[in-house]
Design a protein around this ligand. Sequence first.
Ligand SMILES: Cc1ncc(COP(=O)(O)O)c(C=O)c1O
Length: 503
Amino acid sequence: MRSICGDLLLQRLGPSGPAALGKPLNRGIYECIRGAIQDGSLAPTTRLPPSRDLAAELGLSRNTVMFAYEQLLAEGYVHARTGSGTFVAATAPETYLNATATATAAAAEVRPSAMSGLSPRGQLLLANASASPTQWGAFMPGVPDVTRFPHRRYAQIAARLWRRPPPEWLSYGHGGGLPALREAVATHLRVARSVRCDADQVLITEGIHQAIDLVVKLLGSSGEQAWVEEPSYWGIRGILQVSDIRMVPMPVDEEGLTLPDGEAGRDTPAPRFIFVTPSHQYPLGAVMSLKRRRALLEFAHRRGSWIVEDDYDSEFRFSGQPIPSLQGLEPDAPVIYVGTFSKTLYPGLRMGYLVLPRALAGAFQTAHSELYRAGHLMTQATVAEFMQAGDYAAHIRRMRLLYAKRRAILAGLVERYLGPAALHEHGSNAGLHLVLRLPDDADDVAIAEAASQRGIIVRPLSRYFIGSTVQRGLLLGYACVPEEAIAPAFELLLGCLDQGKRR
Ligand SMILES: Cc1ncc(COP(=O)(O)O)c(C=O)c1O
């Protein structure tokens, strides 16, 4: 007997059947099922037939169908329940992180008519779009308090430079950024982050997103694997997907990313990339232990993988010693280090940096100019002077104190109203957000939606997971919320928690 799913796929393939899929077949069948989920033909919670049965119905090998199921699982379109089968996810990944009504409306605007003219790559990117239209207010995670940016001091420097701008600073950039800024960044990273680098290894980018795009384009090939933390930062998923890099989620524990152990690890295909946030795991907050760091470096050396260290907010650690970078742990580590000014200055600046192994630096500089046509040299000169004059370090010191105070207020409220266990156990006293843990059967997406109706932005923790086993909770950013606004906003949020009770 044929299944509904089998019938549907045969209808879509038309008279030539699976031959219409083109090569490779496994990719074709995956795209076909994904399309049916995206347009609602396969409704949420529908059970997919066992891979063996679907393979028989379509006249394909079981491996072909299994590949498709695994890829759909990794991207969150389906989930597997042990013993009972594979089901279409209740919430498709395209609604990931778009928990607010406005975000959902914005996503709806790009479907389905605008999708039809797009390439498969473009469709994949838009189908998984996650950036929120709201970027400011309680409790927006990851956004610093931009109202405290010392704009007068910055404007003074900028105004002086603009009085007599050297013509070459108004032209295209080349060679990885303004030498003065690369020097200032290298000095900061050596001192504050124990990164082993000289200015010629530093490349200025338009933020971590662009840095990762460049890394993946220059070092990755279609079909290769990237290990990503589970849960992880959603922002890099689109970059990996459009480059056809397969994401493999690796669980994190209180010591950071876990590696497959012993013999099991030897059979695992070597990933081309391992993306980690060792100083402050995003989003849960663990610090990678020294033992795990050494094991990760050893693994990457042995298997020829590149570790990409995303050091997005490590300047903000409120107690204990700063956590040194993974890159600096040994000379010539197989690590590409990426950092950003988004948290320390302001996100709209769109400025970040890569620290490359010396042998790759020249190639990356040339490729950067070829792909993105570098520029913003006046801005780079301003930031360089801001750093050299000590204003950058002073601003970080001030903001560290402020964020520590705001974190303490919010953590105190969580503990008072929901108990200490409601603060995620991996969380450390650092960063710009904390994670409020919810019971496993709570609907964190529904809570985020209810909160957004009351003007409170929170992000559901479950949406940061790629696989089918998720934790429930909420990311609450405190950095951009004035102290006196934290308690009233938290009270509004408390009133929404009931919305997450499953009936
Ligand atoms: C873990 C992580 N990496 C990277 C970024 C983005 O950095 P950028 O603004 O430099 O692209 C963020 C932003 O929230 C982040 O949380």
